[in-house]
Design a protein around this ligand. Structure first.
Ligand code: IDP
Ligand code: MG
Length: 145
């Protein structure tokens, strides 16, 4: 396996519930290190651009409205197998179907308010990271395994 980077977002419901620290702990416990972190209120344009791939889906408008309903935490996670590893830690899109011990099982309330975003492929991770972060904002740790 290789060291990868992936984009993680703690969505507005995660901030409303006050579980930023608990969520970041889960990544750290599994060897995914946050190498960039920023709290941000997304504009409608930013949210629409980020989720452009879902533009034609019936839930697109609600998804964008939810993502701009409050600030989010944008993070780059770095570690072995980070892209799929993060997806495992997150759990299924619908929290009702998420496995025990996953973030979505433990913190999310519905498929709309599912607490976290994570890139779903290495290629998408590269594009999503570049959408929110300049390379100079990313700080790799000197003690990455
Ligand atoms: P993912 O976040 O697990 O990668 P995607 O299929 O990429 O799931 O969908 C992006 C986001 O859109 C989901 O996290 C969820 O918030 C929302 N979403 C996906 N499917 C539905 C749906 O059927 N109803 C409402 N919202 C949905
Ligand atoms: Mg997705």
């Amino acid at each position: 396996m290789a060291i990868e980077r992936t984009l993680s977002i703690i969505k507005p419901d995660g901030l409303e519930k006050g579980v930023i620290g608990k969520i970041i702990s889960r990544f750290e416990e599994k060897g995914l290190k946050p190498v960039a972190i920023r709290l941000q209120q997304l504009s409608q344009k930013e949210a629409e651009g980020f989720y452009a791939v879902h533009k034609a889906r019936p839930f697109f408008k609600d998804l964008v409205q939810f993502m701009i309903s409050g600030p989010v935490v944008l993070m780059v996670l770095e570690g072995e197998n980070a892209v799929l590893g993060n997806r495992d830690i997150m759990g299924a899109t619908n929290p009702a179907q998420a496995a025990a011990g996953t973030i979505r099982k433990d913190f999310a309330t519905s498929i709309d308010k599912n607490t976290v975003h994570g890139s779903d492929s290495l290629e998408n991770a590269k594009n999503e990271i570049a959408y929110f972060f300049r390379e100079t904002e990313i700080q790799p740790y000197p003690y990455q395994k």
